[in-house]
Every structure is written in C-alpha cells, then in structure tokens.
Design a protein around this ligand. Sequence first.
Ligand code: SAM
Length: 270
Amino acid sequence: MAGLERVPPGVDPTVPSSARVYDYLLGGKDHLAIDRAVAETLLSVAPDTRLVARANRLFLAGAVRYLAEQGVRQFIDLGTGIPTSPSVHEVARGVSPACRVIYVDYDPVVRLHAEVLLADMPGVASIQADVRRPKDILGDPHVTGLIDFDQPVAVLMVGVLHFVMDEEDPAGIVAAFKERMAPGSHLVISHTMAESTPEAIAQLKMATANSPAQSVFRDRTQLMRLFDGFELIGPGLVPVQDWQIGDEEQISLLDGTPHLRVDGGVGRLI
Ligand code: SAM
C-alpha cells in the first residue's frame, strides 16, 4: 500500500492504524504516510522499537508453540495484525496439524489480507470484529463453529489491550472470555508499560492523539489485575524479550532496557 493514493474501503488515510504502524515497524509493506509518520516519531526517541516489535512477535510465537506442545489445540487470536510469518496457525500447526485458529481484528486491511490468505484453509478462520465487544465475538457463528468451549483454548491478547481505554473496561473483556474458558485454558497478554521512557510515552501519545492507535501505558499492578483468575506460568510477567519457557533457544534481540517497554505473560486458568 506504501506510496499509493488509493486505499481500501473503510480506510481513512488521515488516521493512523495500529496494525499498519506495527507493520511498518516490522518491515512490512502495508502502511500509509500517516502510519510511517507515527512510527518515525516514536523511533526518533525510541530507536530500538523495531526490535521490541520483533521481540513481541517472538514472544507470541514462543507462547503459542509452548501451549500447542502442552496439548492446547484451539487458539483465539484477538488483535491479529497484518499477517507476519510465522503466524499463529503456522506455529501451532507446526506442533500439531489438528490445531484450529480463529483470527479477530477490526482493521479492514487485516481483513483483506485474511480473506486472501486463509481462503480454503479448513480449521483456520478470520472475522472482522471489535475486541471491546467480547460477547459479539463469543457468539459469532465462525467462532462457535470452530472453537469447542468445552475443550482448552488459548486466548491471545498480544499487543492489543493497550488500545483499550480504561473506561472501555479491559478487565471486563478478559473476564468475558474467562467465563467461557474450560479447565486447561490459557491467556496470553503483552502490553505497553508505564515503565517506558517519558519521551517514548509522550511522543507516541502526541503522534496518535484522538486516533484508535493511541496506547494506554499500564503498570505492573494493572497488568497483574488482567490475569485475575489465572496463574502465571514460566517466567511470569516480564519484558517480552526476556520471556522464555521450555528448552527453546532464546534469541537475544535487545541489550539493556528498551525505551518502549512491552511486558508479556502467559496465565493458566485456575
Ligand atoms: N497481535 C499481533 C502481534 O502482537 O504481533 C498484532 C498486534 S498490533 C500492535 C495490534 C492489532 O490489534 C492491530 O492489528 C489492530 O487492528 C488490532 N486492534 C486494536 N484494537 C482493536 C479492537 N478494539 N478490536 C480488534 N482489533 C483491535
């Protein structure tokens, strides 16, 4: 999409999208000038943010691989993002081809990609829906047709809850999914942290003001509250680049503390 004036239906080229900003940070091709401007503003004060974005993807892949190895066969990926390889179904099916994945994102560009990539792939589906309306997602026929809520499920909220404002009740969103999760289910969260540098927080807030790409920076206590009813496994809630479980070889991307801090954790339903 880079450099083109034409944009897909439903896309306002004057409003940044978190999916496209993240795509730019990851070296993808689906972003507009407004998204590149947001990313470059952030990179000007937090030049290691590209590595943080990659570390976040590695966290996601590591958590999915581990849960599939533990026998989880169903994944709900909330806030999927523009496809980046390896995607959740590629990682999960690398462990067991029986894994089923439903992708959920409200971004029309993500939807366009999903329609093309996932056509005719049994056991993998995608819906365009808003995480802030969990009941709609849980009642969607594509979700109920693919996910058996009597069996363990992994609910992935990776890099998405920081786009949910306090008044939109992120804990209530988690609770709505928790209510439907069977024993053996897991919750995976990563989130931008209040411990990021003041410059990174200020620049990102300024560049995304009044847009859906605006992030909330939460602290550890607030994050731990999102895991209410779950027991953290592995290293607990840690910066995504430090999260490791099992004997997977750790890829060290970052030396020291990045300017933009993103923590991640995996909780098992108690
Ligand atoms: N989960 C992927 C990852 O961590 O690699 C992508 C994260 S990307 C930073 C955030 C994604 O969440 C974007 O694709 C965005 O469209 C999506 N998103 C943000 N708010 C959302 C909402 N309320 N409902 C659905 N998707 C949302």
